[in-house]
Design a protein around this ligand. Structure first.
Ligand SMILES: C[S@@+](CC[C@H](N)C(=O)[O-])C[C@H]1O[C@@H](n2cnc3c(N)ncnc32)[C@H](O)[C@@H]1O
Length: 251
């Protein structure tokens, strides 16, 4: 059996009970080398590979799962920019008949939303700014569509040392939309949410554009950025997107 297990952001308290039970029960855990520290406490045989070795990792997990119970670990939720889709695609391609079960986990959007307050309390869109597997023009079109629809926008993979252009162009598009609508969008930034080194900032797109260097030093690949909609507010120093109750019930 192959379990594809989301372990949340890393901190022990964010593992679901189901993921704990599965990781305790399996014979082998397969994961990205950077996540070894999160699963060592299960004292299992561990197989790791580094960045960009996802295909090798998944094939190994599928092969081993023909003989024993294996957990392939993904951070956050395995079905959100995680390993789950690749598992199904390779199983089909390699004609592998191993039973597969996905175990859901707490995704970065969810942990970040709670840290910031309640920014995702209305319709939202999630876009990854990584152009490794998706052309930049497709990413930017999706960002524009989200802004056009006045969705709250969650940005995964916002910025890395070698990938600055997607972030710079996205910030510029958000600023332009804000200017057109007369809104300085509230922006929440969460780094290392739910794990050691957790930090967050709540600011506006105008402030980010005026202090780009400062924010580009802060934001990294362990960061999620949430851009509010035109109705998002700062309440009690937290970022809040109203659901509409006060307007509806005239409170
Ligand atoms: C390849 S995606 C994986 C997402 C993961 N499957 C999930 O559901 O959270 C990696 C991106 O998730 C976000 N992320 C992952 N862990 C995070 C954390 N602890 N705090 C903030 N953002 C995080 C960052 O945007 C990072 O670049």
């Amino acid at each position: 059996m192959l379990y594809v297990v989301g372990i949340g952001p890393g901190g022990e308290k964010y593992f679901t009970r189901e993921s704990e039970e599965v990781l305790k029960s399996v014979d082998l855990i397969v994961c990205y080398s950077g996540y070894r520290k999160y699963i060592e406490r299960f004292r299992k045989e561990v197989y790791t590979t580094g960045m960009k070795k996802e295909i090798e990792r998944v094939r190994y997990a599928l092969k081993e799962a023909e003989k024993r119970d294996v957990a392939l670990v993904s951070s956050g939720d395995a079905t959100i920019y995680g390993m789950a889709s690749l598992v199904y695609e390779l199983a089909e391609k390699d004609n592998c008949k191993v039973p597969i079960k996905v175990v859901s986990g707490v995704t970065a959007a969810s942990i970040s939303s709670a840290i910031l307050g309640a920014p995702l309390n209305h319709d939202f869109v999630v876009v990854s700014l990584s152009d490794l597997l998706t052309p930049l023009e497709v990413i930017l079109r999706r960002v524009r569509c989200a802004l056009e629809g006045d969705f709250v926008l969650v940005l995964y993979n916002p910025l890395s040392r070698s990938r600055r252009e997607p972030f710079l162009r996205t910030v510029e598009i958000i600023r332009e939309y804000g200017e057109k609508r007369g809104v300085d969008y509230i922006v929440g930034i969460v780094k290392n949410g739910g794990r050691e080194g957790e930090e967050y900032r709540i600011t506006t797109i105008g402030d980010i554009c005026s202090n780009l260097d400062k924010y580009m030093k802060f934001i990294d690949m362990n960061t999620t950025v949430i851009v509010g909609n035109s109705n998002t507010k700062v309440i009690c120093n937290k970022m809040v997107t109203p659901r509409g109750y006060l307007d509806k019930y005239k409170v």
